[in-house]
Write a protein that binds this ligand. Sequence first.
Ligand code: PMP
Length: 307
Amino acid sequence: MPVPDPDRIVFFDGEYKRHGDVHLGLLTHALLYGTGCFDGLRGYWNADREQLYLLQVKAHYERLHQSSKILGLDCAFAVEELIEATIELVRRNELKEDCYVRSLVFKSGEGFGVPFADVATSTALSVLPMGKYLDTDRGIRCKVSTWIRVSDAAIPVRAKVTGVYVNSHLAKNEATDAGFDEAIMLDSTGHVSEGPGENLFMKRGDVWITPPPYADILEGVTRKMLLELIPTLGCEVLERPIDRTELYICDELLLCGTGAEITPVLDVDGRPVGAGKIGDSTRAIQDLYFKIARGDDPRYAHWLTRA
Ligand code: PMP
């Protein structure tokens, strides 16, 4: 995982500062009550072209705005301003490698009570070099979590609210403590929802299936890309509820997300997925995704922003 560097430059409320020079109080509202929204996007370095490409930067900042709206936070910067600030951050940090951009809109003022109308809101962007989050090359083993995904009726997962990630943390920890790589969470109706930081796609026969938004998922940017890409690879793709036991008998399974990219799942609860190896269709999706991300597929150049 990326480690924060105190000398790296961050964007904080319109100013560019050293990471180590940003200080927040002990009673920061977002720290006490989880009142922040965040997003994350990747930059892919193309060494041949000496070019960094930001993947789906606009979609990520539009979602940050949507998350803020759901939570009642005012993001002081328009999507275009956030994009410009990100490009400037990459330049100031002289990043020439794969990286991750973390954006955060949060209640940065101090306050003891839960109401936050009078508490200051801040917007921050940080950039970190980042390689793989999960083992996309070899695939991973997953455990269906005993922790249920937070319901939209409780805390909207559709908004990337910082506090929601307690739910993700519990599931991830339970899975890794039990010797697995990642968790798969069920929604409150018992259907498959998503991973702690990833959406899920399952292949049965020639059809890829992914849980619908009402399965309490985050509406992932990568998920949206796959809904568009999979049909171009000759497979049908459906959004429909998935039962837990379908995970035990499906042919291929993958988790996807900005961090997870396209991660093949080889085993669920000790049962091999298909032949227990990375499937051909998963490989094809991965190959296309990485080609696009590094700027090597002109058909999808509109998903990239040069930085
Ligand atoms: N679900 C959750 C809970 C996540 O945190 C993420 C990562 N942002 C995803 C799905 C995948 O979303 P995206 O493809 O937009 O990164």
